[in-house]
Ligand binder design. Structure first.
Ligand SMILES: [Zn+2]
Ligand SMILES: [Zn+2]
Length: 782
């Protein structure tokens, strides 16, 4: 509803009476063409007045006949520019001044900062047309942009969003760009990164040690790529490593030099038609691929796809993205083939985004560097998404989405920082009703990543003017994010249990408060009893939780080694299921034979509890079954065995393995029953894809059975599903189906990932709920 739509009547005015209104617009309204829009709207209606940016957003004063002012207020929201996200419009009356003209006034940088910055946005259709138009003065210019598209978050040094406070400050506009920038009728009016070949950033091609190569940088890069070279390309949020996606030699070289053994690479396709030659793309996939955020979209790979085996080994899915900068458009056009485009780092390091650092770190990986002289102020990795049940699901929320806030119902009584988890770390700064979840920081396991974390926290604090009074952190004593929180002075510290944070994140994602039955299935999280949790049924609301049930704990022989080597979990689970190495009917399972050398020792370790912490992790249960089926005895990246087990499963199989629930409180689900059934079927010669499916269906069935038991005990009929295990689409579908059949309402993630990338939002939400209650965590509800 437009504000004060009928206001002229309240003023006792008539349609022709001249009135003046002060208007304030809050939301993402800077750097998205809002002032030019207001200007042309007001002048089109014959109104006088002014418009400008300040720390709260956009302010305007409009004066004219009350009917025209009313129309102005109506169209302000109805016709707002595509990138604008209006959160609130307020209007108040002022005395008329007799102003006939309309003008744009200078930004006001004083006062507290409250405005929002837009996310980086894919090249718009108008700019793309100009990019390919030989008559246009920006023909083939790799930095073309306008008020509707281009870099934003990654070039902003400070607010308000104005050119001098971006990394475009170093480029003085030429006369023609300046004329466009100052012409309210132009698409580039007050587009802060506006530039052209005469005045803007330029490309250069460097060799592996940084010497500039002569000739056309784009043509040179394309030639190198077509010849099988690996080229580092400076993009929007950091450097990528590019290679011809169809060239096994190039992709294998990239993999070897990057020390990344199996994790799939993303592929850049020129356009939708090219993407359709690689993958099955349905309507939801099209929407994600062509969205302004342009994430990497996971799609079913076509058998005919011309992609080197090394790009995504053993994977039925492929991560595909479409170009999101003019440079990427030009590059993929010039090579005329899909390109592997992967983050510019050696495995486990943060993405490189500063030029000198990139040369040092990527010099041993890339044969050449395609660079430019527009600085990246803050790094942002590509986002990763997929469509699930017709709606988008984010797996990594980063470039293109950040820093758009997640609006949280109920809000935050005091400013909060959620420090996130260890793996796939993000943090969350929240104030008012807005939660700013950071870009993907990475696995907080080394000094470099920790520094990107602390730098990004400082940057977000400045950009959004948030000085956290409450700091929420994971209860795991060894997480670097926890240690960071515990060193902060003068803040209220709020420990939040890992799986509670997952469920709170899912609640916030869906605008719900709970209480709900929260099913948090993941690999590892520090439990309230000091053991490793990860197969949890919680009764939870935003403020607290109690453990309602869990997978029966099993030993992890060798601790961390059992995560890297799923066969160890097979040993532990077979033992827990009462099957020793002699297996079923005397047949030794293959997994025991393959690992015969260490099997007995590992089994002994598990039985004696030596270096074998107990875990209720669902991830480890998937690992055990994957190893038993011979999918994988050891892994090269987190979750690999479970991902490959999902790929193996026959989605048409309907049968499910049964598992007993020991009905104590909290109840215990015997995951070992599923393992015993899988091992039995394997010994009987049942095909592995059928066994994998029956196992998935069995896990879905125990989730449904556990929830039914908690409904009896606590009277709750809403279930929230969270934790990285639910990235498994087959499991998610089967679980939702079974829960809905039993009459549950099911909440799943959409705006933030269900994996540990969503933990920081959950922590912030828990801290806010406790803050509001004015109490320390107590057991919830029920
Ligand atoms: Zn544009
Ligand atoms: Zn220019």
């Amino acid at each position: 509803m437009p504000p004060d739509a009928n206001d002229s009547q309240h003023n006792g005015g008539v349609a022709g009476q001249v009135i003046r209104k002060a208007v304030r617009v809050e939301g993402v309204v800077q750097g998205v063409g809002f002032r030019p829009f207001v200007y042309s709207l007001a002048t089109g209606l014959g109104l006088g007045g002014l418009v400008g940016n300040d720390t709260d957003g956009v302010f305007a004063e409009v004066e004219g006949p009350s009917a025209a002012v009313g129309e102005f207020l109506r169209l302000l929201e109805a016709k707002a520019p595509p990138l604008a996200r209006i959160e609130r419009v307020t209007a108040s009356s002022l005395p008329a001044e007799g102003t006939g003209s309309f003008r744009i006034v200078a930004s006001d940088a004083g006062g507290p900062r409250r405005t929002l910055i837009a996310a980086d946005t894919a090249t718009c259709a108008d700019c793309l047309r100009e990019l390919n138009d030989p008559a246009d003065r920006r023909f083939r210019y790799p930095f073309i942009n306008c008020v509707n598209c281009g870099p934003r978050f990654t070039i902003v040094r400070d607010v308000p969003y104005d050119r001098p406070l971006t990394t475009m400050a170093d480029f003085a506009m030429c006369e023609r760009c300046s004329a466009e920038y100052h012409d309210p009728a132009d698409r580039r009016f007050h587009a802060q990164p506006v530039c052209c070949p005469a005045c803007g950033p330029r490309l250069a091609l460097l060799d592996a040690i940084g010497t500039v190569l002569r000739g056309d940088p784009l043509g040179g890069t394309a030639a190198l790529l077509r010849n099988g070279a690996v080229v580092a390309v400076k993009g929007l949020g950091g450097y990528h490593l590019a290679a011809d996606a169809g060239c096994e030699r190039a992709v294998a070289a990239l993999r070897a030099r990057k020390h990344r053994e199996d994790k799939p690479f993303a592929v850049l396709a020129a356009d939708l038609a090219a993407a359709r030659r690689l993958c099955e793309v349905d309507a939801a996939g099209v929407a994600l691929l062509t969205s302004q955020a342009r994430p990497i979209v996971l799609l079913p790979r076509l058998p005919s796809a011309d992609v080197a085996p090394a790009a995504a080994p053993g994977n039925r899915q492929l991560g595909v993205m479409l170009p999101y900068t003019p440079l990427h458009h030009l590059l993929v056009q010039a090579v005329a083939r899909p390109l592997v485009l992967t983050s510019g780092n050696a495995s486990d390091e943060p993405i490189a985004y500063r030029d000198r650092d990139a040369l040092e770190r990527l010099g041993g990986i890339a044969d050449a560097f395609l660079v430019h002289d527009r600085a990246i102020h803050i790094a942002a990795d590509d986002s990763v998404a997929r469509a699930c049940r017709g709606r988008p699901v984010l797996i990594r929320r980063s470039r293109g989405y950040v820093p758009e806030p997640v609006v949280v119902r109920g809000g935050f009584p005091r400013p909060v920082l959620g420090c996130g988890a260890e793996l796939k770390n993000t943090f969350c700064l929240a104030k008012g009703t807005r939660a700013f979840v950071s870009q993907h920081i990475g696995d907080l396991e080394n000094a470099e990543t920790l520094r990107s974390f602390t730098d990004a926290v400082a940057h977000f604090r400045r950009l959004f003017d948030i000085d956290p009074r409450v700091v929420a952190y994971d209860t795991h004593p060894e997480y670097l994010s926890t240690k960071y929180a515990l060193e902060l002075d003068d803040v209220d510290l709020q420990p939040v249990q890992h799986h509670h944070a997952h469920i709170a994140s899912c609640l916030a994602d869906n605008g719900e408060d709970g209480p709900v039955i929260g099913v948090a299935f993941d690999g590892t999280g520090y439990g309230a009893d000091g053991t490793i949790w990860g197969g949890e049924f919680l009764v939870a609301d935003r403020a607290g939780f109690r453990r309602g049930g869990h997978l029966a704990p099993v030993p992890m022989p060798g601790g961390q080694a059992a995560i890297r080597q799923p066969w160890r979990m097979a040993a532990a689970y077979l033992d827990a299921a009462g099957l020793d190495a002699a297996g079923l009917d005397g047949a030794v399972p293959d997994v025991a034979r393959r690992n015969a050398e260490r099997w007995a020792a590992v089994l002994g370790m598990a039985r004696r509890g030596v270096n074998s912490p107990l875990t209720s992790s669902a991830g480890r249960l998937f690992d055990a079954v994957a190893a038993i089926l011979g999918v994988r005895d050891s892994i090269n990246y987190e979750g690999q065995a479970a991902i490959e087990l999902e790929q193996l499963a026959d989605p048409g199989e309907r049968a499910a393995y049964p598992a007993d629930i020991e009905p104590a409180d909290p109840f215990r689900v015997r995951g070992g029953d599923l393992v015993r059934a899988a091992a039995g079927d394997l010994a009987a010669g049942t095909p592995r894809d059928v066994i994998a499916a029956r196992f998935h269906n069995g896990v879905a069935a125990i989730v449904a059975a556990g929830c039914a038991l908690l409904r009896e005990r606590h009277g709750l009929d809403v279930v929230a599903l969270s934790g990285g295990v639910f990235q498994n689409t087959l499991l998610l579908h089967q679980t939702v189906r079974r829960l809905e059949e039993r009459g549950f309402r099911v909440l799943t993630h959409s705006r933030v990932p269900c994996n540990d990338g969503g933990i920081s939002l959950g922590q912030a939400v828990v801290a806010a709920a406790r803050d509001r209650a004015g109490a320390h965590p107590g057991p919830v509800c029920s």
